[in-house]
Design a protein around this ligand. Structure first.
Ligand SMILES: NC(=O)C1=CN([C@@H]2O[C@H](COP(=O)(O)OP(=O)(O)OC[C@H]3O[C@@H](n4cnc5c(N)ncnc54)[C@H](OP(=O)(O)O)[C@@H]3O)[C@@H](O)[C@H]2O)[C@@H](O)CC1
Ligand SMILES: Nc1ncnc2c1ncn2[C@@H]1O[C@H](COP(=O)(O)OP(=O)(O)O)[C@@H](O)[C@H]1O
Ligand SMILES: [Mg+2]
Length: 282
């Protein structure tokens, strides 16, 4: 198991080519945000915009439209009940993230199945939050996961998916076995997040802390991972994921020097400056 070092940031976050446009940095579709959990998908979308994704569409319950456009007008809106609109957006996306605030009703399950059935090998999929819980309740869908899928469970979500109890989740071999069964990358989020990559390499995060224990922190991470995958296409996927996970906690750590608790929104706001600093320091 290899510790992720700060060098990963300089390796992945590079100067943007002059000859570029928004399409160069990826089309991202974020699906989630039911009537109760709109904040989750808004944080995911906002994190993705601030982390540099070229074009972000947020598919959620229409009750969240005004809040979405107030907080992050750069993001486009789609009613997640609009089947034609969703089909088109799925087709156009380079990266899809599904789950933050999606909830666990019939519509939510239908949305996840639609994505699993329509996604192609050229696109990348991140499954987070409620969509992980839904997946654990439909284990016959495990075989539908495209090989490049990234799962970002917290410990209870991992227990639901894998039947590995939280108390046994330090057992790397057991986690790796389940990761192989799923054929996906697993970002097992906790104090000392461990990433079980698709090729069975295992990396560990040694930064971050309890100042991050706030609702929305994982929703924000999902947006950062998605944005990094959407724009840093020249680099190896394993490293792009490690860089996104490191970046999220490195910003939190920096903010925690002056803040008792670090809000996900504060991490989001700090992203552009932090990423610029990485280039200056390189
Ligand atoms: N502003 C918004 O809109 C927000 C919306 N959100 C959205 O809500 C949806 C549900 O996601 P969720 O994570 O809140 O609930 P769930 O999956 O039931 O897990 C909680 C259960 O697991 C247990 N537990 C044990 N260990 C744990 C661990 N290490 N980390 C976490 N939990 C742990 C825990 O134990 P307890 O605390 O009760 O002891 C409890 O029984 C999802 O779509 C998400 O995106 C949130 O992001 C918040 C902000
Ligand atoms: N004590 C802690 N130390 C380090 N990281 C933490 C701690 N508590 C929470 N985190 C981080 O915060 C995030 C929480 O994710 P998650 O539970 O999915 O949040 P939410 O669903 O509310 O957005 C993860 O990235 C996790 O590693
Ligand atoms: Mg979560």
């Amino acid at each position: 198991m290899k510790l992720i070092s700060s060098n990963i940031l300089q390796q992945i976050i590079t100067i943007r080519p002059a000859n570029s446009y928004k399409g160069t940095f990826g089309r991202l579709l974020a699906i989630g945000g039911n009537i109760n959990y709109g904040g989750a998908i808004i944080m995911t979308s906002s994190a993705a915009v601030h982390a540099g994704a070229g074009l972000v569409t947020c598919a959620c319950h229409p009750a969240n439209l005004t809040a979405l456009h107030t907080i992050v007008p750069e993001a486009m809106f789609l009613d997640y009940q609009d089947q034609t609109g969703l089909s088109n957006s799925i087709q156009q996306a380079d990266v899809i993230v599904i789950g933050p605030g999606l909830g666990n009703d019939q519509l939510a399950a239908k949305l996840l199945l639609t994505v699993l059935q329509r996604i192609t090998k050229q696109q990348q999929l991140i499954i987070d939050g409620s969509a992980l819980t839904i997946l654990s309740q439909h284990r016959e869908w495990y075989k539908l996961l495209p090989p490049q899928t990234i799962l970002t469970p917290h410990q209870m979500e991992w227990q639901r998916l894998s039947d590995i109890k939280i108390s046994e989740q330090n057992n790397i071999e057991q986690n790796l076995k389940m990761q192989q069964t799923l054929g996906a990358t697993v970002v097992l989020k906790k104090n000392g997040t461990v990433i079980y990559h698709y090729d069975q390499t295992v990396t560990k995060l040694a930064i971050g802390g309890p100042y991050m224990a706030t609702g929305g922190m994982g929703d924000t991470l999902a947006g950062i991972i998605a944005a990094f995958l959407a724009q840093f296409k020249q680099a190896a996927t394993n490293q792009v994921i490690d860089a996104a996970v490191y970046c999220h906690s490195a910003i939190a750590k920096q903010l925690a020097e002056n803040n008792y608790v670090v809000l996900p929104s504060a991490i989001i706001n700090a992203l552009p400056q932090f990423m610029r600093q990485v280039i200056t320091d390189a």
